[in-house]
Design a protein around this ligand. Structure first.
Ligand code: KIV
Ligand code: ZN
Length: 514
């Protein structure tokens, strides 16, 4: 591969998923993986297979289904982890074992309680063990940026000599600054000649808001793999944001003459999907994918952009997949136009799925004049992400108004039977939530409830996001509809399904160090 090629290693499904409240179901992860494949990332880190049976199966499924990306599974530097990791990724056409151990004095003393010599032996043993399975082995020195540089060089040298083909230098706690990180990479390149034959990678956390800057500084010094996540999700303040790294390399190629293999027009659809499945909204001023990233408010800016876009825009929204034509379809639009729009969004549906989604589109177009991209996105996500749900909202009726006590009736399908329940409440949402609880016999606590409008206009769809909890397990749900009470019911049922799934598949806590 040309020396100016930077491999994009996406860890949204592993490090991203470790962020509080960001866990995804196996179906959701597979959906994201398909989109990452379209985006063209080189490597997908699909999970941490030994951490739970669920994570193992999810990595295995992704390894079986995704054809054009390498699939990595994370493993501590222990034979048991590596054996399990290999079982999960081996079905991939291009599997990778990613093994790691901490190398900083702080981690050795307080977490691992091991000597430097013991850790060096473990690195060599783990990498050699992984090499028995595959040639494609990555080794990471956790907390590398707080590791004594001489010891870091030694650890890296041992890993390469044991057979690692990618060496990753994580800034695990987001502590470094660009000049210092560049110096670390330079020193490694100078002092460990064996590094010339392998790919040097970086993995930066964003605790000081420098993850992208640090990653770019490392590329300049020779790093040729960047580990990053969609929307910058990840532990604590998150990881380097994929879209920012990639677009910085693309837009400022004059100063950073490196390339990636990404189809950048898929960036926005993947960002929306990840936000939808994790329930984590993207901050409006987020670079590249935030709602305001291409919005021009000041009159002087609007005037400039209308005269010539490049006066205030350094890239075009189309380049990252943000559609410029906001009004897409209406009630006279046919199958062909709808299919085209779905494909532009990166969704190719089987016939039966398409017909179902098309019917929902027609129903929506009957209720509102213009169907916008955001409406289509909500529709697709509802169709896919709720398709294998245990509880299904079949119908709901409610009544309320001045001087009367709001009441609601719901019909819920579960376990092949239909259950009806009715309740009164302080308002229609209260009544409907009480009725759903009664029908499902589930009584979680409602932690938060928020409603927003998907697009403008009084006929817009309302999007409701709820967060519920029970016995320390938290889940979030979303629902969209032109009627916000129906949207509220859909969001609550969606959250109940996820709560049920999460209770059946307990959220992993990242395994402790070896
Ligand atoms: O932040 C970190 O050090 C990691 C490693 C496991 C690569 O996520
Ligand atoms: Zn990390």
């Amino acid at each position: 591969m040309a020396s100016d090629y930077v491999n994009i290693f996406d860890t949204t499904l592993r490090d991203g998923e470790q962020a509080p409240g960001c866990s995804m179901t196996a179906d959701e992860k597979l959906r994201v993986a398909y989109q990452l494949e379209k985006l063209g990332v080189d490597i997908i880190e699909a999970g941490f297979p030994i951490s739970s049976e669920e994570d193992f199966l999810s990595v295995k499924t992704i390894a079986e289904k995704i054809k054009s990306c390498q699939i990595a599974g994370l493993c501590r530097a222990s034979f048991k982890d590596i054996d399990r990791g290999w079982e999960a990724v081996k079905a991939s056409e291009s599997p990778r074992i990613h093994t790691f151990i901490a190398t900083s004095d702080i981690h050795l003393k307080y977490k691992l309680k091991k000597s430097k010599e013991q850790v060096l032996e473990m690195i060599s043993g783990a990498v050699k063990h992984a090499k028995n399975y595959t040639d494609n082995v990555e080794f990471s020195c956790e907390d590398a940026t707080r590791t004594d540089i001489e010891y870091l060089c030694k650890a890296v040298d041992i890993a390469v000599k044991a057979g690692a083909t990618t060496i990753n230098i994580p800034d695990t706690v987001g502590y470094t600054v660009p000049e210092e990180f560049a110096e670390i990479i330079r020193t490694l390149k100078t002092n460990v000649p064996a590094l010339d034959d392998v790919i040097l990678s970086v993995h930066c956390h964003n605790d000081l808001g420098l993850a992208v800057a640090n990653s770019l500084a490392a590329i300049k010094e020779g790093a040729r793999q960047v580990e990053c996540t969609i929307n910058g999700l990840g532990e604590r303040a998150g990881n380097a944001s994929l879209e920012e790294v990639v677009m910085s390399l693309k837009v400022r190629n004059d100063k950073q003459p490196y390339k990636t293999g990404l189809n950048t027009e898929y960036i926005y659809p993947v960002s929306r999907l990840v936000s939808q499945v994790t329930g984590v909204n993207v901050q409006p001023n987020k670079a590249i994918v935030g709602a305001n990233a291409f919005a021009h408010e000041a009159g002087i800016h609007q005037d400039g952009v209308l005269k010539e876009r490049i006066t205030y825009e350094i890239m075009s929204p189309n380049e990252v997949g943000i559609p410029s034509n906001k009004i897409v379809l209406g009630k006279h639009s046919g199958r062909h136009a709808f299919k085209n729009r779905l494909e532009e969004y990166g969704f190719t549906l089987e016939d039966e799925e398409f017909e179902l989604t098309f019917k929902k589109f027609k129903d929506l177009a009957d209720k509102k004049k213009y169907v916008f991209d955001e409406d289509i996105e909500a529709l697709i996500n509802e169709e896919f992400l709720n398709s294998s749900d245990f509880y299904q909202l079949v119908s709901t009726n409610f009544a309320g108004g001045t001087g009367m006590s709001p009441s609601a009736t719901v019909l819920i399908k579960m376990d092949n039977k239909e259950v009806t329940a009715s309740e009164n409440g302080g308002g229609p949402v209260d009544a409907i939530y009480k009725a759903i609880k009664k029908a499902t016999d589930q009584y979680p606590k409602l932690e938060s409830y928020a409603v927003s409008s998907i697009t403008g206009g009084t006929d817009a769809q309302g999007k409701v996001t709820v967060r519920i909890s029970e016995d320390g397990v938290v889940s979030q749900g979303q629902g969209a509809d032109t009627d916000i009470v129906v949207a509220s019911a859909k969001a609550f049922v969606n959250a109940l399904n996820k709560l049920r799934w999460r209770k059946q598949h307990p959220r992993r806590s990242t395994p402790k160090g070896v």
